[in-house]
Design a protein around this ligand. Sequence first.
Ligand code: HEC
Length: 113
Amino acid sequence: MKTTKQFLGVILASTLAFSAAPVLAAPSLDDPLVAQGKVLFETDAGDMGCAICHGMEAEGSSEMGGVFIQGARMAQIQNAVNGAVPVMTFFDLSADELQAIEAYLDYLWEVNG
Ligand code: HEC
């Protein structure tokens, strides 16, 4: 009997752990940082946004040459706006704004992946 109780306890504990973890880990539009990143990405960054060249879902745009950037990390984003991509150097984004955009690109990676 004792073993059965322990066994059930383990099952219950792991079920709770598995059901709670994704809620905490997955980026969501309910996260203010992700929501801010969405607005910046779609329209507001440099009064232009990133989507015009990279596509609404950051999937890349053959017309404008912006590549697939879902899930891009901060180093890649900074590198691009700091000179690696000349058409992107007009952006003057604060560290907070860059972080929000990174969070949104991470979200797009999660929901599309
Ligand atoms: C005027 C068009 C344009 C806009 C607007 C633009 N990009 Fe880009 N971006 C490009 C192009 C073109 C490339 C690809 C350059 C290459 O690799 O030849 C690129 C590349 C990148 C890369 C590099 C990907 C890699 O492989 O490392 C990142 C990251 C990126 N852009 C993020 C952004 C973000 C974030 C924004 C908005 C703040 C933005 N871009 C806005 C045109 C644009």
